[in-house]
Design a protein around this ligand. Sequence first.
Ligand code: MG
Ligand code: MG
Ligand code: ZN
Length: 389
Amino acid sequence: MKKHTLFFIFFSIAIFINLSTKAQEKYKTFTADDSLQFYKNTQFHQAVKLKKTTFVYGAKPKNIILFIGDGMGTDHVFAAYTANKGVLNIMNMPFVGFSKTQAANNYITDSAAGGTAIACGQKTKNGAIGVDAKGNTIKNICEYAKEKQLSTGLISTSAITHATPASFIAHQLSRRMYEDIAADFLQINIDLFIGGGLKFFDKRTDKRVLTNELKEKGYQIAFSTADMMKITKTPMAVLLDSGHLDRVSEGIVFLSKAVKKSTQLLSKNKKGFFLMVEGSQIDWGAHQNNTSYIIEELLDMDKAVGGALKFAEKNKETLVVVTSDHETGGMAINDGNIQTGEVYGRYTSSRHTATMVPVFAYGPGAELFSGVYENTELFQKIILLLNLK
Ligand code: MG
Ligand code: MG
Ligand code: ZN
């Protein structure tokens, strides 16, 4: 075969893979539309007023609520703060650190390697879910927590089978194996999960109907936020959309309710709980270089963080951590106005970048999250604080 024929075949395959990826993830589609860079916020929320609670240094929490703003860098946070007229729950959290996000095989991580580093404590290859760089299964926080009889929960504004939540429950060589990831939800007895992705449970190539299997395992199932609110015991599975959920400005707003419901249900376990909450679409807004999309999603997550902080303040044994898996967009704020809630974001990329991402913490053990460290240390800190090893 001639060299250029080989090249042509390779090129066609590359185009095909690229197109099928795009088709699957069209929410990330970038259009060079400069008007998307400017945003003036019109819906403001107050920050939760936290009492000056003094936590004892070296104290350990019983519960941890971990928020992951996918793609959320420092500029995304400050953009949301500016848009909300200088008020943000996340920025009221007293301990701040930075997480280095590099993947095992790449300077720039994807959400699979980024999620796996946080969930399982090891750097892996981009695309890998809950397996190390050689493809071996590595145990995640939820599995460690289950062994010690703690309760566990996952909440996401994307499909629950998408890379970030998947890293906390599944073990698959590729993030694209959505049906296999869904099946992994039946492998560990997770106490609750809330997100999209119903089609990967019920419209499967192997004809299994996983929601029926979940029912047989004793799960309460809901397909709407209203029905979720009626559920009074775990285990609970809430699948709010066939695929990904709509963005906050176009669809149902459920994150704060989901966090409230989850803390109510999970805190019944006196041994403690681990809850991961993902603001998935901050990343997608940033892929689009769309300032309003980023800010609306981040403010929605910030409201849920406020609810978690309130719970933690009252509960006194709960640590709240807010971080990210990587930065997306190479965002910078080139102008803005805290009085009017206007933000002018500029972007150096439509993809992920290499920079370190912020970590905010409140509650017993929060001081451990200060400093600059690898993303895998988030796992180590959580394991240590919950006495999981
Ligand atoms: Mg990500
Ligand atoms: Mg994600
Ligand atoms: Zn992304």
